[in-house]
Design a binder for this molecule. Structure first.
Ligand SMILES: *Cc1c(COP(=O)(O)O)cnc(C)c1O
Length: 354
């Protein structure tokens, strides 16, 4: 019997070559008293979801959940105003994005995205063997530049993480109309902007719009994301994602929240909008230059974001430090929450900058 261990320098060689350089996700954040780093709902979880979790009969845990979340899909379809057959849910919208990329592109194909945008897309593209074509957000004639890549998958994020701005609807439609492959529009923050591309679904069949319950709906810990698209597109994503990806507790709580807690969600989202403008005004009074945002966070360009973020963390305030963003440089991305948290953040920021 030969021993294969001798032919390898290390067990790392067992991993795919294109995969070995992918880093492990590390938000690089010590636990902080006030966490403004991940854009979750800082008012807490919605009341009906809390009740649904507390009321769960533990003896049901021995059974598998529903394979394809039909009940949740129906509730989410009602929320978006589409047919239930046009919804797919998964373990966070990350799961949907990853599954969609795998379903619609072969290794070696190109994924186009605007730059800067949601950092996980680079990871999912690499893990699935795709080549990334980043188009700077500041590019004139964005739609033409994106379409010229001929990408098999085009990823757009509106409102965009981390810049906070919404994409012009005419640009989005030109891209969808001209795309050779699938266009994914990530609307994780749509509840804050009030702007959506869901209306395009009645006109185009090469479109997948992703949403999440992690942000406005306050359920990041349950890991529920979803997407809307034509029944054929959604079926391909569902095949790629596989069955049983949403736990029974998560589905129950999500159904309860989306059915009963929309007014709760709206109230908190409206509070975000008020605090976001108040916070932006205070930043400008300090001589800073925050970017206009339509989401529940603000991007604040600063020199040496890692150092500033580190000093804020030392005072118990976590924000996301981002470095070398295309066309921006270093910046802090700061989530918007209840006003007392924002006051604490302002104090820590001032002291970290001085
Ligand atoms: C937070 C975020 C997600 C991930 O959401 P999950 O549903 O928690 O996986 C997706 N896209 C963007 C742009 C985000 O900021």
């Amino acid at each position: 019997m030969t021993d294969n261990r001798e032919t390898r320098e290390s067990s790392l060689e067992l991993a795919r070559a294109s995969f070995r350089n992918v880093g492990i996700y590390d938000p690089n954040m010590p636990p902080c008293r006030v966490d403004l780093s991940d854009n979750t709902n800082l008012w807490g979880a919605p009341p009906s979801a809390r009740l649904a979790v507390e009321d769960t009969d533990a003896s049901s845990l021995t059974r598998y959940p529903a394979p394809y979340t039909r009940q949740l899909n129906t509730v989410l379809a009602g929320y978006l105003g589409v047919e239930p057959g046009m919804i797919v849910a998964g373990c966070g919208s990350d799961d949907i994005l990853d599954s969609a990329i795998r379903a619609f592109a072969d290794p070696g194909d190109t994924l186009a995205q605007l730059d800067p945008t949601f950092g996980m897309i680079r990871v999912f593209a690499t893990v699935n063997g795709l080549t990334l074509a980043p188009i700077p957000l500041t590019t004139a004639r964005t739609a033409e530049a994106v379409l010229e890549t001929g990408a098999r998958v085009i990823y757009l994020c509106s409102p965009n993480n981390p810049t906070g701005d919404v994409l012009d609807p005419a640009t989005i439609e030109s891209i969808v109309a001209g795309a050779a492959g699938i266009v994914i529009i990530d609307e994780a923050y749509a509840e804050f902007s009030g702007v959506t591309s869901v209306g395009l679904l009645s006109k185009y069949d090469n479109l997948l719009i992703t949403r999440t319950l992690s942000k406005a709906f306050g359920l990041a810990g349950l890991r529920i994301g979803y997407a809307a698209g034509s029944p054929e597109i959604v079926r391909e994503v569902e095949k790629s994602r596989g069955p049983y990806k949403v736990s029974s507790i998560a589905e129950r709580a999500a159904v309860a929240a989306v059915s009963n807690d929309r007014a709760w969600m709206r109230e908190k989202a409206d509070a975000v909008l008020v605090n976001r403008e108040k916070f932006a005004t205070r930043l400008k009074e300090l001589g800073l230059d925050p970017k206009d945002s339509r989401a529940n966070f603000i991007l604040l360009p600063v020199a040496d974001a890692n150092a500033v973020g580190g000093r804020m963390a030392g005072q118990g305030i976590a924000v996301r430090a981002l470095t070398d963003l295309a066309g921006i440089g270093d910046a802090l991305r700061i989530s918007i929450g209840p006003w007392p948290m924002m006051e604490e953040c302002l104090a820590a920021l001032q002291s970290a900058l001085s």
